[in-house]
Design a protein. Sequence first.
Length: 233
Amino acid sequence: MKDLMGQAIHDYYHDNTPEDLQTETSISELDELPVAYLFREYEEMNALEQKALDLSRGKVLDIGAGAGSHSLYLQEKGLDVTALDISPKSIEVCKARGIRQAVCGNMLQFAEPGFDTVLLLMNGTGIFQSLQVIDIYLKKLHSLLNDGGQVLIDSTDIIYMFDADEDGGVYIPAEGYYGELDYVVHYKGQSEDPVKWLYLDFNTLKNAAENNGFRIERVLQEEDSYLAKLTRR
C-alpha cells in the first residue's frame, strides 16, 4: 500500500503543497475529494456523523480515523478515545493534532477489548470489503464491545446508481451483491491498487448483524444514506 490517502493528509497538515485526492470505483468515474474535507469541524460534518458523535459515550474506538476529526472532537468533549487506522501517515497526523491514543493497524488484529462505543463513519461498512467476509468483521466488532456497548456505523444504498427501466426495475450485475465495488485512490500522479469496498443497504446489514449476535436499529436516514446502531444481544 502506497498510503496515498495518508500522504495527502500529511501534506495538508504540514502545508506541503497538498493536492486534492481523486477517487473512482468500478461503477463511477473520477471524483475529486478535497483533503480539507477530512479536517472539517463538527459544524461542517453531515447529519449522520453529527448524530453518531452525539450518541458516542464512554470508552470509544474510532476505526478508520483518517485525519482524526471525529476522535479529536470526542476527546475534547472528555471521552476516552482511541483512533485506529491502517495508514501510518494518518496516524502520525492524528498524534500531531493531539489525539492521545492513536494506533496504526488493521481492526482484525487490534487486540484491546472493552469499548463502550465503536465508530465506523464515512461509509463505515466499506471496511467489510464483501459479503463473503462480513461475518469475520462483525464477530470482531462484537468482541471489542463491553456489555451494553454500541457500534455506530453508516452506509449508503447505492441502488440509485444503476439504470432503471420504465417499470421501475433496476439493472444490476447478475453475479454478486451490487454494493461490492473496487475502489481506487489517486494522488499526485500516483494510484493505489484497487481495494474492495462495500456499500450496504440497511436490510442486508440488518440480516448480517442479527446473524452475528447483534440487535440493530436505524438511528437516522438521510436520503439514500443511514446511520445504524448495533448492540450486543
